[in-house]
Design a protein around this ligand. Sequence first.
Ligand code: SF4
Length: 276
Amino acid sequence: METGIKQLHVSVPPKGKSLSFRVTKKHQKVGSITSIIYETTGRAREYCELAANIYRGCEHGCTYCYAPSATFRKREEFCLPAVRKNVLKQLEIDAIKLEEIGEKRPILLSFTTDPYQPLDVKEKLTREAIKLLHDHGLKVEILTKGGKRSERDFDLLSKNPELSSYGATLVFTDELMRSEIEPHAAPTSERIDSLKKAHEMGILTFVSLEPVWDPNQTLEIIDMTHDFVDLYKVGKLNYNKQHKNVNWIRFRDNVVHKLENYGKKYYLKRSLQDIS
Ligand code: SF4
C-alpha cells in the first residue's frame, strides 16, 4: 500500500521483506564479535540497529513496558535493576572491535533499560559508557525518561556533537495519567526542559512518541516541543488493550499533518505506516 508518507533518516526495506533484510555482511559480524553491544531485531531495529543495555532491569515502572517479557523476567524482578557484571570492561572490548571495523551506526542507550533511571545517579555507568564509546569514535544515541538526571552528561554530548544525539520518550501531557502509567519516570515537563537544554547546548534532539496512548496528548506534545526538537519518531501502542480505543488512521493523518506543518523531520514506524 502506498501511504504517501515521507521517510526521513531511516530507510525502510521493500514491503514483505523483514527488517533484517538490511543487515549487511559487515553488520552481521557485530553481534558475533561483541557482547554488550548488539544488533537489534524486529520492531526495535527500525529505531536503531545497534544498542547496549548497561543495566539489567529498570525502576521506572512503566505499565506498558515490553522489556520484562523481552528479557524473560517477571515484572517485579525487572523493577529491581542491577548493574551488569563487568559491563564497562566488556563495553570497552566491544568498542575497540567496532572501531577496528569502522562502525558508523549509532549505538542506542538503551532499549531494555533506562540509562538515567535513579540507580544511575549512584553508579554513574552511563557517563562512563558515553566517554568510552566516544573515545573510540562511536556514535551514542541516548533515549531516556530520566529528565533532569540525564543533564549530568550533557557536557559529554555537547563536547562531541557529531557523535551524539539525545532523545526523550514523551507519552502524556496529563500529569496524573503520567504518574499512574510511568510512576517512577521523570514528569513530562522535566523531560521537556531537558530536551530544551540539550538543544541549547548544540546537541541533536529527538522525541520518541511511542507508545501513543492518547492521540490528543501526543499531538499536544508536538505543539509544546517543536521549537527545540530536531526529529520525531512515532510508533503505535501495541500489546495493550488501550490500543483498541484509538482510530489509528485518523491519528496518522493528524500527526503527519502537524509535523509537516511545523517542517519537522519525522519517522513513522512501520506498524503505523501499514495500517489501512
Ligand atoms: S523507562 Fe523504558 S525500560 Fe524503564 S520501565 Fe519504562 S519503558 Fe521500561
